[in-house]
Design a protein around this ligand. Sequence first.
Ligand code: NAP
Length: 314
Amino acid sequence: MVYDVIVVGGGPSGLTAGVYARTRKLSTLILEAQAVGGQLDWLYPTKSVYDYPSYIAIEGGELGQLFTLHARESGAEVRAEEVVDIQRQPSGFKVGTRQGNAYEGRTVILAMGMGLFEPKRLGVPGEAELEGSGVASRVRDWREYKDKRVVVVGGGDSALEIALEIVAPAKKVLLVHRRGEFRAMEKNVEAVLASPVQVLFDSEVTSIEGRGKVERAVVYDNRTLKKKVLEVDAVIVNIGFEPKVTPLPKWGIALEGERLIKVRADMSTSVPGIYACGDIVSYPGKDKRIVTGCGEAVTAAMSVYKHLKQPYWA
Ligand code: NAP
Protein backbone atom coordinates (compact mmCIF):
# COMPACT_ATOMS: atom_id res chain seq x y z
CA MET A 1 0.00 0.00 0.00
CA VAL A 2 1.16 3.53 -0.72
CA TYR A 3 -0.10 5.97 1.94
CA ASP A 4 -1.03 9.48 0.88
CA VAL A 5 0.97 10.74 3.83
CA ILE A 6 3.31 9.24 6.40
CA VAL A 7 3.64 11.33 9.54
CA VAL A 8 6.87 10.83 11.47
CA GLY A 9 6.18 11.58 15.14
CA GLY A 10 3.17 10.85 17.33
CA GLY A 11 3.12 13.89 19.58
CA PRO A 12 0.44 16.61 19.50
CA SER A 13 1.68 18.01 16.16
CA GLY A 14 1.96 14.67 14.37
CA LEU A 15 -1.38 13.45 15.71
CA THR A 16 -3.08 16.72 14.73
CA ALA A 17 -1.58 16.43 11.24
CA GLY A 18 -3.17 12.95 11.12
CA VAL A 19 -6.59 14.21 12.23
CA TYR A 20 -6.57 16.97 9.59
CA ALA A 21 -5.22 14.71 6.81
CA ARG A 22 -8.19 12.44 7.55
CA THR A 23 -10.69 15.31 7.18
CA ARG A 24 -9.56 15.25 3.54
CA LYS A 25 -9.71 11.43 3.52
CA LEU A 26 -5.99 11.06 2.88
CA SER A 27 -4.71 7.61 3.84
CA THR A 28 -2.46 8.33 6.79
CA LEU A 29 0.17 6.42 8.74
CA ILE A 30 1.67 7.91 11.91
CA LEU A 31 4.95 6.44 13.20
CA GLU A 32 6.14 7.23 16.72
CA ALA A 33 9.44 6.02 18.20
CA GLN A 34 9.08 6.66 21.91
CA ALA A 35 5.52 7.06 23.18
CA VAL A 36 2.38 7.89 21.26
CA GLY A 37 1.22 11.18 22.76
CA GLY A 38 4.79 12.47 22.58
CA GLN A 39 6.52 14.32 25.40
CA LEU A 40 3.17 14.81 27.12
CA ASP A 41 2.84 11.12 27.79
CA TRP A 42 6.50 10.18 28.13
CA LEU A 43 7.85 13.09 30.09
CA TYR A 44 5.13 14.38 32.33
CA PRO A 45 2.05 12.13 32.41
CA THR A 46 0.76 13.45 35.74
CA LYS A 47 1.83 17.07 35.38
CA SER A 48 -0.94 19.51 34.64
CA VAL A 49 -0.85 21.47 31.40
CA TYR A 50 -2.37 24.92 31.89
CA ASP A 51 -1.82 26.49 28.48
CA TYR A 52 -3.76 24.28 26.10
CA PRO A 53 -6.84 26.41 25.41
CA SER A 54 -10.24 25.04 26.43
CA TYR A 55 -8.67 22.96 29.22
CA ILE A 56 -8.02 25.13 32.23
CA ALA A 57 -5.86 22.28 33.50
CA ILE A 58 -5.34 18.77 32.15
CA GLU A 59 -2.73 16.15 33.00
CA GLY A 60 -0.10 15.63 30.27
CA GLY A 61 -0.82 11.91 29.98
CA GLU A 62 -4.55 12.45 29.57
CA LEU A 63 -4.06 15.15 26.95
CA GLY A 64 -1.62 12.87 25.07
CA GLN A 65 -4.13 10.01 25.18
CA LEU A 66 -6.92 12.26 23.88
CA PHE A 67 -4.74 13.38 20.96
CA THR A 68 -3.97 9.73 20.19
CA LEU A 69 -7.60 8.65 20.46
CA HIS A 70 -8.68 11.49 18.19
CA ALA A 71 -6.10 10.53 15.54
CA ARG A 72 -7.09 6.84 15.66
CA GLU A 73 -10.82 7.65 15.58
CA SER A 74 -10.25 9.85 12.54
CA GLY A 75 -8.96 6.76 10.72
CA ALA A 76 -5.22 7.36 10.86
CA GLU A 77 -3.11 4.24 11.42
CA VAL A 78 -0.76 4.71 14.38
CA ARG A 79 2.28 2.46 14.86
CA ALA A 80 5.05 2.41 17.46
CA GLU A 81 8.13 2.32 15.24
CA GLU A 82 11.25 4.45 14.99
CA VAL A 83 11.92 5.95 11.57
CA VAL A 84 15.58 5.65 10.64
CA ASP A 85 15.54 6.20 6.90
CA ILE A 86 13.65 8.19 4.27
CA GLN A 87 14.41 7.67 0.59
CA ARG A 88 12.94 9.09 -2.56
CA GLN A 89 11.34 6.66 -4.98
CA PRO A 90 8.95 6.91 -7.96
CA SER A 91 5.79 6.70 -5.79
CA GLY A 92 7.12 9.34 -3.41
CA PHE A 93 9.10 8.14 -0.41
CA LYS A 94 10.15 4.90 1.25
CA VAL A 95 10.24 5.23 5.04
CA GLY A 96 12.32 2.62 6.84
CA THR A 97 12.03 1.82 10.54
CA ARG A 98 14.40 0.35 13.12
CA GLN A 99 11.90 -2.49 13.47
CA GLY A 100 12.83 -3.55 9.92
CA ASN A 101 9.70 -2.40 8.11
CA ALA A 102 9.52 -0.13 5.07
CA TYR A 103 6.43 1.95 4.32
CA GLU A 104 5.64 3.86 1.16
CA GLY A 105 4.14 7.33 1.23
CA ARG A 106 3.36 9.83 -1.50
CA THR A 107 4.28 12.58 0.96
CA VAL A 108 5.85 12.83 4.41
CA ILE A 109 5.19 15.15 7.34
CA LEU A 110 8.06 15.35 9.85
CA ALA A 111 6.76 16.06 13.35
CA MET A 112 9.43 14.56 15.58
CA GLY A 113 9.40 17.28 18.22
CA MET A 114 12.84 17.70 19.70
CA GLY A 115 13.62 14.20 18.44
CA LEU A 116 14.80 11.42 20.66
CA PHE A 117 16.40 13.02 23.67
CA GLU A 118 17.94 12.29 27.02
CA PRO A 119 17.70 14.36 30.19
CA LYS A 120 20.88 16.32 30.92
CA ARG A 121 22.81 15.14 33.98
CA LEU A 122 24.63 17.15 36.61
CA GLY A 123 27.58 14.79 36.50
CA VAL A 124 28.10 14.89 40.28
CA PRO A 125 29.10 11.96 42.53
CA GLY A 126 26.15 9.77 43.51
CA GLU A 127 23.89 10.90 40.67
CA ALA A 128 24.43 7.91 38.37
CA GLU A 129 24.79 5.42 41.24
CA LEU A 130 21.47 6.44 42.84
CA GLU A 131 19.52 6.85 39.59
CA GLY A 132 16.21 5.08 40.15
CA SER A 133 16.82 4.95 43.92
CA GLY A 134 15.79 8.51 44.60
CA VAL A 135 17.55 10.29 41.74
CA ALA A 136 15.25 10.97 38.80
CA SER A 137 14.93 13.30 35.85
CA ARG A 138 11.20 13.16 35.28
CA VAL A 139 8.13 12.61 37.43
CA ARG A 140 6.10 9.68 36.19
CA ASP A 141 3.59 10.03 39.01
CA TRP A 142 3.48 12.75 41.69
CA ARG A 143 2.15 10.22 44.19
CA GLU A 144 5.66 8.71 44.40
CA TYR A 145 6.72 11.88 46.28
CA LYS A 146 4.07 11.68 48.98
CA ASP A 147 5.63 12.68 52.33
CA LYS A 148 9.13 12.84 50.78
CA ARG A 149 11.77 15.55 51.20
CA VAL A 150 12.75 16.42 47.67
CA VAL A 151 15.41 18.55 46.01
CA VAL A 152 14.53 19.74 42.50
CA VAL A 153 17.46 21.11 40.48
CA GLY A 154 16.99 23.68 37.70
CA GLY A 155 15.62 27.11 36.91
CA GLY A 156 13.59 26.54 33.74
CA ASP A 157 9.89 25.88 33.28
CA SER A 158 10.33 22.11 33.62
CA ALA A 159 11.98 22.33 37.05
CA LEU A 160 9.51 24.89 38.38
CA GLU A 161 6.52 22.95 37.12
CA ILE A 162 7.85 19.74 38.69
CA ALA A 163 8.36 21.53 42.02
CA LEU A 164 4.79 22.83 41.84
CA GLU A 165 3.44 19.43 40.85
CA ILE A 166 4.87 17.62 43.87
CA VAL A 167 4.76 20.35 46.52
CA ALA A 168 1.31 19.36 47.83
CA PRO A 169 1.97 15.64 48.39
CA ALA A 170 5.63 16.06 49.40
CA LYS A 171 6.78 16.81 52.92
CA LYS A 172 9.22 19.45 51.67
CA VAL A 173 10.43 20.66 48.28
CA LEU A 174 13.68 22.59 47.84
CA LEU A 175 14.32 24.13 44.44
CA VAL A 176 18.05 24.56 43.84
CA HIS A 177 19.08 26.92 41.06
CA ARG A 178 22.58 28.03 40.16
CA ARG A 179 21.62 31.69 39.48
CA GLY A 180 19.88 34.47 41.39
CA GLU A 181 16.93 34.46 39.01
CA PHE A 182 14.91 31.95 37.04
CA ARG A 183 14.60 31.67 33.30
CA ALA A 184 11.08 30.18 33.55
CA MET A 185 7.84 31.96 32.60
CA GLU A 186 6.69 34.66 35.04
CA LYS A 187 3.51 32.66 35.65
CA ASN A 188 5.56 29.73 36.98
CA VAL A 189 7.98 31.97 38.90
CA GLU A 190 5.14 33.75 40.70
CA ALA A 191 3.44 30.43 41.49
CA VAL A 192 6.65 28.98 42.96
CA LEU A 193 7.40 32.06 45.04
CA ALA A 194 3.85 32.04 46.39
CA SER A 195 3.98 28.30 47.16
CA PRO A 196 5.60 26.38 50.02
CA VAL A 197 8.51 25.45 47.68
CA GLN A 198 11.73 26.66 49.31
CA VAL A 199 14.08 28.24 46.80
CA LEU A 200 17.87 28.14 47.11
CA PHE A 201 19.24 30.62 44.58
CA ASP A 202 22.92 30.79 43.58
CA SER A 203 23.27 27.22 44.73
CA GLU A 204 24.62 24.02 43.21
CA VAL A 205 24.27 20.38 44.15
CA THR A 206 27.79 18.97 44.25
CA SER A 207 27.07 15.42 45.40
CA ILE A 208 24.25 13.07 46.24
CA GLU A 209 24.80 10.57 49.01
CA GLY A 210 23.14 7.56 50.55
CA ARG A 211 23.45 3.82 51.00
CA GLY A 212 21.32 2.20 48.31
CA LYS A 213 18.95 5.19 48.27
CA VAL A 214 19.17 8.96 48.40
CA GLU A 215 19.73 10.22 51.96
CA ARG A 216 21.56 13.53 51.52
CA ALA A 217 22.31 16.20 48.96
CA VAL A 218 25.34 18.42 49.36
CA VAL A 219 24.66 21.97 48.17
CA TYR A 220 27.11 24.88 47.87
CA ASP A 221 26.26 28.56 47.74
CA ASN A 222 28.33 29.56 44.72
CA ARG A 223 28.88 33.13 45.99
CA THR A 224 29.96 32.36 49.57
CA LEU A 225 31.07 28.74 49.00
CA LYS A 226 29.13 27.87 52.15
CA LYS A 227 28.22 24.18 52.24
CA LYS A 228 24.85 22.75 53.28
CA VAL A 229 24.09 19.08 53.75
CA LEU A 230 20.40 18.50 53.17
CA GLU A 231 18.68 15.40 54.53
CA VAL A 232 16.46 14.39 51.61
CA ASP A 233 14.75 11.34 50.11
CA ALA A 234 14.88 12.29 46.44
CA VAL A 235 16.70 14.53 43.97
CA ILE A 236 14.99 15.41 40.71
CA VAL A 237 17.46 16.82 38.20
CA ASN A 238 15.64 18.90 35.62
CA ILE A 239 18.25 20.95 33.80
CA GLY A 240 17.16 20.52 30.19
CA PHE A 241 17.50 17.81 27.58
CA GLU A 242 20.16 16.69 25.15
CA PRO A 243 19.07 15.33 21.83
CA LYS A 244 20.35 11.92 20.82
CA VAL A 245 21.92 11.64 17.38
CA THR A 246 19.50 12.95 14.75
CA PRO A 247 19.07 11.27 11.35
CA LEU A 248 17.99 14.61 9.78
CA PRO A 249 21.27 15.54 8.04
CA LYS A 250 21.13 12.23 6.11
CA TRP A 251 17.72 13.02 4.66
CA GLY A 252 18.88 15.94 2.51
CA ILE A 253 16.52 18.55 3.98
CA ALA A 254 17.69 22.13 4.48
CA LEU A 255 18.28 22.63 8.21
CA GLU A 256 18.76 25.47 10.62
CA GLY A 257 21.76 24.31 12.62
CA GLU A 258 21.88 20.53 12.96
CA ARG A 259 18.50 19.71 14.38
CA LEU A 260 15.82 22.11 13.16
CA ILE A 261 14.11 22.01 9.78
CA LYS A 262 13.68 25.21 7.80
CA VAL A 263 10.09 25.57 6.63
CA ARG A 264 8.17 28.05 4.48
CA ALA A 265 4.85 29.54 5.59
CA ASP A 266 3.02 26.50 4.12
CA MET A 267 5.26 24.18 6.21
CA SER A 268 7.00 22.84 3.10
CA THR A 269 10.67 21.93 3.43
CA SER A 270 13.42 22.17 0.82
CA VAL A 271 12.45 18.68 -0.44
CA PRO A 272 9.24 18.69 -2.54
CA GLY A 273 6.71 16.37 -0.91
CA ILE A 274 8.23 16.60 2.58
CA TYR A 275 6.54 18.94 5.07
CA ALA A 276 7.27 19.55 8.75
CA CYS A 277 5.60 20.97 11.86
CA GLY A 278 5.96 21.29 15.62
CA ASP A 279 9.05 21.70 17.79
CA ILE A 280 11.34 20.46 15.02
CA VAL A 281 10.69 23.38 12.65
CA SER A 282 12.38 26.74 12.47
CA TYR A 283 11.06 30.02 11.08
CA PRO A 284 11.24 33.60 12.28
CA GLY A 285 9.08 34.06 15.35
CA LYS A 286 8.70 30.32 16.04
CA ASP A 287 7.38 29.60 19.55
CA LYS A 288 7.53 26.07 20.95
CA ARG A 289 4.08 25.46 22.36
CA ILE A 290 1.63 22.58 21.95
CA VAL A 291 -0.96 24.85 20.43
CA THR A 292 1.36 26.46 17.86
CA GLY A 293 2.61 23.00 16.83
CA CYS A 294 -1.00 21.96 16.27
CA GLY A 295 -1.62 25.04 14.10
CA GLU A 296 1.45 24.25 12.00
CA ALA A 297 0.22 20.66 11.69
CA VAL A 298 -3.06 21.82 10.15
CA THR A 299 -1.14 23.92 7.63
CA ALA A 300 1.17 20.99 6.83
CA ALA A 301 -1.76 18.60 6.31
CA MET A 302 -3.58 21.07 4.07
CA SER A 303 -0.38 21.64 2.07
CA VAL A 304 -0.08 17.88 1.57
CA TYR A 305 -3.66 17.80 0.36
CA LYS A 306 -3.09 20.64 -2.13
CA HIS A 307 0.17 19.03 -3.32
CA LEU A 308 -1.54 15.68 -3.94
CA LYS A 309 -4.98 16.71 -5.21
CA GLN A 310 -4.36 20.17 -6.65
CA PRO A 311 -7.96 21.28 -5.97
CA TYR A 312 -9.40 24.02 -8.20
CA TRP A 313 -9.70 26.41 -5.26
CA ALA A 314 -6.14 26.20 -3.99
P1 NAP B 1 15.72 25.06 30.12
O1 NAP B 1 14.74 26.15 29.88
O2 NAP B 1 16.86 24.90 29.20
O3 NAP B 1 16.25 25.26 31.62
C1 NAP B 1 17.27 24.46 32.11
C2 NAP B 1 17.66 25.00 33.48
O4 NAP B 1 18.64 24.14 34.04
C3 NAP B 1 18.25 26.41 33.43
O5 NAP B 1 17.75 27.19 34.48
C4 NAP B 1 19.74 26.16 33.59
O6 NAP B 1 20.39 27.16 34.32
C5 NAP B 1 19.77 24.91 34.44
N1 NAP B 1 20.98 24.14 34.19
C6 NAP B 1 21.46 23.70 32.99
N2 NAP B 1 22.59 23.01 33.16
C7 NAP B 1 22.83 23.00 34.49
C8 NAP B 1 23.84 22.43 35.30
N3 NAP B 1 24.85 21.71 34.77
N4 NAP B 1 23.77 22.61 36.63
C9 NAP B 1 22.76 23.33 37.19
N5 NAP B 1 21.76 23.89 36.49
C10 NAP B 1 21.80 23.71 35.15
O7 NAP B 1 15.02 23.61 30.14
P2 NAP B 1 13.51 23.21 30.47
O8 NAP B 1 13.07 23.78 31.75
O9 NAP B 1 13.48 21.73 30.31
O10 NAP B 1 12.66 23.87 29.30
C11 NAP B 1 12.98 23.61 27.91
C12 NAP B 1 12.02 24.43 27.00
O11 NAP B 1 10.68 23.95 27.12
C13 NAP B 1 11.97 25.90 27.39
O12 NAP B 1 11.82 26.66 26.22
C14 NAP B 1 10.74 26.00 28.25
O13 NAP B 1 10.16 27.31 28.28
C15 NAP B 1 9.83 25.00 27.55
N6 NAP B 1 8.83 24.50 28.50
C16 NAP B 1 7.61 25.07 28.42
C17 NAP B 1 6.62 24.67 29.30
C18 NAP B 1 5.28 25.31 29.19
O14 NAP B 1 5.02 26.01 28.20
N7 NAP B 1 4.38 25.12 30.14
C19 NAP B 1 6.90 23.69 30.27
C20 NAP B 1 8.19 23.13 30.33
C21 NAP B 1 9.15 23.56 29.44
P3 NAP B 1 20.71 28.60 33.66
O15 NAP B 1 19.40 29.32 33.64
O16 NAP B 1 21.71 29.15 34.59
O17 NAP B 1 21.25 28.31 32.28
